[in-house]
Design a protein around this ligand. Structure first.
Ligand code: ADP
Ligand code: MG
Length: 638
């Protein structure tokens, strides 16, 4: 007998195990799914390694997973003929948390508090450690392919684990030149897992589409799963339910989510591949992970290659789940070189076209479903406007935006263009965080009144694609909060003229330059604004701020500041509404120089008001409050 080494778990593992073992589980079944999926991965890995090194399969009896129950000793075993683990790999893989999904789960647990642990575990799965939901002792016997050593890892899931050489009985129980045998001593309150029927049911639910046979029981001749690559079967032979099961497996959503779009096709011709791809209904938890990794699995002629082939899908398509199986790619190519393979890029291009086409069709055939999709994933899709330049036109086809044209419905750019006014050669937009605030924002008053439609961009990503994209079908995107807008081509309808306008000088254009007030404000606010000018875009409000012609747009400036990429020191332009009663009386005050203090307070108030509308913080809120009270007092006393 060789030495037995006792080791402690990493701190993360210990914490995870505590949650796993001490919470009450509504859904302990997940441990079977997790262990079976590890076994399937191990078989896939050996299959792949054996392409370069066929000797690894010497004496190998074929790939399968076998579950066995011994009720008398309360033992369930799961055995695979996969790649196996060396001693060091067992210490590394089963003693620390490497998996990103589990890490993310830990983060969520921290935020949600321990009480929500069980729910979250059901959603994320906790990989190998889920074994301790049902077992109070776990033994892992493993033999790495191409080696002769066989090691045993053992733990009660509390403080740590031991590692030693496997006994000869254990080796004969493994009964394969390589692979892993996991033996679980089932807890007193988890006896249901000692029933073969129960295990079979779990496997059919969660692992039916694992790509190799799974047997439960000793002399079972028939695998209990379908054990075939579902994506290679003709569409007509696959039921909705089977698609959903497969989705549950590849998305890890365990039936908590359904695919909103299922796309299954075979491409032939210049490139030959089969794809079975899903768009989930709900956002995957890691959608906004900075790595922006996609998780579509790449197979080559039914052999799993990787779920980490960066070039296979664009980052903006990272919400898509499923499988692509290529007939053309060489098998004996390293995963690293795969990225550069031109076939991979052709597949990406073809898949992207196809999915965008499907989504465009969905937008016409089922508006409700499409809108739901857009609400969940639209912001990510728009990343494609700068990520995937060659597909930009098709991406634009499915983009939808809030608009001043409708309070309830989103619009496409094509529809916007159809509604453009005669002589209009630009697409007007406003960008910010709050749709309702933007609808009411002073900068768009003048456009609305002239019947000019303004798109409302509310996603941070909009401020990133806009500077790159510039135009759509030759129409420039023009921000209504930046630069001077020339609206002289579009006269304001008489009936729409400002309510603040005073009838007797509406018609006379002279004297509308409010020169005294402009000069006064320019001087008074010179540190904070670049200039003051008479506005075209205001009809009801007295003032607003806009960015200078050559500067970063106001909202963009804020986004950049938040992302700490860049802080603009450009000062905004203050626009004033020459027809507003307040502006007119202030102009008069500035000309007469009668009440300098009152005018100074009014100037400050106007500027602060413009900042508030813009969502900008005030530099001196108490000064603002004091002046506000002063004016309120005067108003009430009058
Ligand atoms: P994940 O499967 O996401 O990597 P797990 O916690 O399920 O996370 O497993 C941790 C690691 O342990 C795996 O990545 C793998 O390297 C190893 N492992 C687990 N089960 C097996 C097995 N049956 N055969 C070979 N390696 C395994
Ligand atoms: Mg796993």
């Amino acid at each position: 007998m060789t030495d037995t080494h006792t080791m402690n778990f990493g701190a993360d593992v210990a914490r995870l195990l505590e949650i796993v073992t001490h919470a009450l589980y509504s859904n302990r079944d997940v441990f079977v799914r997790e262990l079976v999926s590890n076994s399937a991965d191990a078989c896939d890995r050996l299959r792949y390694d054996a392409i370069a090194n066929p000797d690894l399969l010497k004496g190998h009896d074929g790939f399968d997973i076998r579950l066995h129950v011994n009720p008398a000793d309360r033992i369930v075993t799961i055995r695979d003929t996969g790649v196996g683990m060396s001693k060091d790999e067992m210490i590394e893989n089963l003693g620390t948390i490497a998996k990103s999904g589990t890490r993310a789960l830990m983060e969520q647990l921290k935020q949600a508090g321990a009480g929500n642990g069980p729910n979250l575990i059901g959603q994320f799965g906790v990989g190998f450690y889920s074994a301790f939901m049902a077992a109070d002792k776990v033994t892992v016997i493993s033999k790495k392919a191409g080696t002769n050593e066989c090691w045993a890892w053992e733990s009660d899931g509390i403080s740590g684990f031991t590692i030693r050489e496997a006994t000869s009985e254990e080796q004969s129980a493994l009964n394969s030149p390589c692979g892993t045998l996991i033996s679980l001593h089932i807890k007193d309150d988890a006896s249901e897992f000692l029933l073969e029927e129960k295990l079979k049911r779990i496997i059919v639910t969660y692992s039916n589409h694992v790509n190799l046979p799974i047997y439960v029981g000793t002399n079972e001749a028939e695998p209990i799963n379908s054990a075939s690559a579902i994506w290679m079967r003709p569409k007509s032979e696959i039921t909705e339910e089977q698609y959903q099961e497969f989705f549950a497996m590849v998305s890890g959503s365990m039936g908590l989510d359904q695919p909103s779009v299922t796309a299954h096709w075979h491409a032939e011709g210049k490139i030959d591949y089969t794809a079975l791809l899903f768009i989930p209904t709900l956002r995957p938890f890691d959608l906004y992970d900075p790595s922006r990794k996609h998780s579509v699995r790449l197979y080559v002629r039914r052999i799993f290659i990787t779920d980490d082939c960066e070039g296979l899908m664009y980052p903006w398509m990272r919400f898509i789940r499923g499988v692509i199986d290529s007939e053309d790619l060489p098998l004996n190519i390293s995963r690293e070189v795969l990225q550069q393979n031109p076939i991979v890029h052709k597949i990406r291009s073809s898949v992207t076209k196809r999915l965008l086409g499907d989504l465009d069709k969905l937008s016409r055939d089922d508006k409700t479903a499409f809108t739901a999709f857009w609400q969940q994933f639209g912001a990510v899709v728009k990343e494609g406007l700068y990520d995937a330049v060659e597909h930009r036109e098709d991406i634009f086809k499915i983009c939808r935006f809030y608009t001043t044209h409708s309070d309830t419905e989103l619009t496409s750019l094509n529809d916007y263009i159809e509604r453009m006014k005669e002589g209009q050669d630009a697409i007007y937009y406003i960008s910010g965080e709050n749709v309702d605030a933007m609808r009411n924002s002073p900068q768009i008053e003048g456009l609305r009144k002239r019947g000019l439609e303004v798109l409302i961009f509310k996603d941070t990503i909009d401020d990133f694609w806009l500077p790159v994209v510039m135009d759509f079908k030759g129409k420039k995107f023009i921000s209504v909060t930046k630069g001077a807008i020339d609206l002289s081509k579009f006269p304001l309808p008489e009936t729409e003229k400002s309510s603040a306008q005073n009838d007797n000088d509406v018609k006379s254009e002279e004297g509308r330059d409010r020169a005294s007030l402009v000069a006064y404000l320019a001087e008074r606010l010179s540190e904070r604004i670049s200039k003051v000018r008479i506005s075209d875009r205001l009809t009801d409000s007295p003032v607003c701020l806009v960015a200078g012609e050559m500067d970063v747009d106001l909202h963009m400036g804020r986004v950049l500041k938040v992302h700490q990429q860049f802080e603009s020191n450009a000062k905004p332009v203050l626009e004033i509404n020459p027809d507003h009663a307040l502006i007119k009386s202030l102009d008069k005050m500035a000309a007469d120089k009668t009440q300098p203090e009152l005018l100074a307070d009014a100037a400050e108030l106007l500027f602060d008001q413009a900042l508030i509308i813009q969502g900008e913080p005030l530099k001196d809120p108490s000064g603002f409050a004091r002046r506000m009270s002063l004016f309120l007092g005067k108003g009430l006393a009058a």
